[in-house]
Design a binder for this molecule. Structure first.
Ligand SMILES: [Zn+2]
Length: 274
């Protein structure tokens, strides 16, 4: 049975006051960009990326392409297909910042404090950073990029297997960095913004956040063109199958023309062959 609830003038007034309050929120990046980035190769199948931070803060408004799109499409290293190309990683790091690196000097401080507590000599604890860049220094291994990129790509394609990757991305977004005290986000009421600021404390948390936003709006998709150089794209129309690169659009047109031709001429040709 369907019942209709009668609303009085008084209840309508009450409902109006209990509606959700929309708050203006501005997204801010709260990390420093590197001044120096270098890549070293301890073996043939891995590399380390190290460097020193400068004084410029990351600014979401200055990037031509969003970082989740760039990370998903980082090209593979020709000599080891499972790893992203080290030059591409170096450029990515210079532009967007450290993905999930260890801040060496904070790490050293923590380990030296532990040593003092345990009655050991803190000066014996040393972490070697290649090329000894200026402080604050960072260091990360190639597998940091491989893992992050693989997770993002699994989730990007929006199929049945994506569900676990989405949960993992949601969890990693909140944690963000590699140190236990690193939280991904801080929410702060702000008179300057006229609402609030959502401070993102590290690049990986921002990537997770931007990705989840596009995923929820069903914008993430993989380009159907087999030779697409950047196949993980963001759709502008819900039925879009190809990214907007010229060769992929042309390939899509050819496929549509072929389908049309087969539809129009396929049956008569087959009937003649019988
Ligand atoms: Zn494409």
């Amino acid at each position: 049975m369907i019942t209709q609830r009668k609303t009085t003038k008084a209840s309508r007034r009450r409902n109006r006051t209990s509606t959700r309050h929309e708050i203006k929120t501005q997204l801010c990046c709260d990390w420093l960009l590197p001044r120096i980035v270098s890549v070293t190769f301890p073996s043939r199948d891995r590399y380390d990326v190290a460097g020193g931070l400068g004084t410029d803060r990351a600014d979401i408004g200055l990037w031509k392409e969003p970082p989740h799109y760039s990370l998903a499409n980082l090209r593979a290293w020709p000599q080891h297909n499972e790893l992203p190309d080290p030059d591409a990683v170096k450029m990515f790091t210079s532009q967007y910042g450290v993905l999930r690196g260890l801040m060496i000097d904070e790490m050293l401080e923590m380990q030296r404090a532990q040593a003092i507590i345990h009655g050991e000599d803190p000066d014996e604890i040393v972490i070697n950073v290649p090329n000894n860049p200026p402080k604050p220094r960072f260091l990360f291994h190639s597998f940091t990029f491989t893992e992050a990129q693989a997770l993002l790509r699994e989730a990007w394609v929006q199929n049945e297997e994506s569900a676990d990757s989405i949960k993992e991305i949601e969890t990693q977004a909140m944690l963000g960095g590699l140190l236990p005290r690193d939280a991904g986000f801080e929410f702060q009421p702000s008179a300057r913004v006229g609402g609030s600021e959502l401070r993102v404390n590290n690049l990986w948390s921002l990537i997770c956040f931007l990705f989840l936003d596009d995923y929820a709006a069903k914008r993430t998709a993989k380009c159907a063109s087999p030779d697409c150089p950047a196949p993980y794209f963001l759709k502008k129309r819900h039925d879009q199958k190809f990214c907007e690169a010229g060769p992929c659009v042309a390939w899509g047109h050819r496929q549509r023309s072929l389908r049309y031709w087969h539809k129009k001429h396929g049956k008569p040709i087959r009937s003649k062959q019988r």
